[in-house]
Design a protein around this ligand. Structure first.
Ligand code: GTP
Ligand code: MG
Length: 189
């Protein structure tokens, strides 16, 4: 299967009929600035579908992109650092937790993006644990591998693999479009 069409439908901040319309949802989660929106763009081949920025905290709403008129890619705000106030950050955190963990919405898959260069953070580990606890179908990708020095690559990936345990990690670069085929295969199966 390939992605033929991708359309932004809407951003939601809470309960909304669209989340119950029966179309499968594939969600993207990770630290602020890790490249969630960029990863969505890398899959759909149409430049700036999801808005990206070098400032952490760009994505504020739960943004739904309809793919092939049949399923959604869901771009979420990030956790961790943002350039906003503490209350703003708490609001985003609540929104993510609500959608992924507290509500009854089912995701066909949750793609957790970690920064290949930074490695697994405490927030990442907590998120993995919570998603596992809820029985989510978790796919882990290590983004920004283009930023890793060649001589550090093997060591960094090994350390990351140790930190996430059993899960398979897809090495990824949204910028250089590395790993796109593998990720598509995982989310479309
Ligand atoms: N070098 C490199 N930069 C990347 C890659 N993916 C994303 N970026 C950059 O990282 C920054 C953040 O990207 P976004 O896609 O906006 O990140 P996000 O996770 O959606 O961020 P928030 O919405 O703020 O949580 C941008 O400046 C991107 O250009 C990558 O694979 N390699
Ligand atoms: Mg974003």
């Amino acid at each position: 299967m390939e992605i033929k069409s991708a359309v932004f439908i809407k951003g939601v901040v809470g309960t909304d009929d669209i989340l119950d319309d029966g179309k499968p949802q594939i969600a993207f989660i990770g630290r602020s600035n890790v490249g969630k929106s960029s990863t969505i763009n890398s899959l759909v081949k149409q430049g700036n579908l999801a808005r990206t920025s070098s400032y952490p905290g760009r994505t504020q709403e739960i943004n739904l992109f309809l793919i092939n008129k049949s399923f959604y890619l869901v771009d979420l705000p990030g956790y961790g650092y943002t350039r906003t106030s503490k209350t703003e950050r708490a609001k985003l955190q609540k929104r993510i937790y609500w959608y992924l963990l507290d509500s009854d919405y089912k995701q066909k898959a949750v793609v957790l993006i970690v920064d290949a260069n930074v490695g697994l953070t405490e927030d990442d580990a907590r998120m993995i644990y919570s998603l596992e606890e809820k029985g989510k179908n978790l796919i882990i990708i290590a983004n920004k591998i283009d930023k890793i020095k060649k001589s550090d690559y093997a060591k960094k990936m090994e350390k990351l693999q140790e930190a996430v345990g059993e899960h398979k990690i897809i090495p990824y670069s949204a910028e250089k479009k590395i790993g796109v085929g593998e990720l598509l295969k995982e989310i479309l199966k």
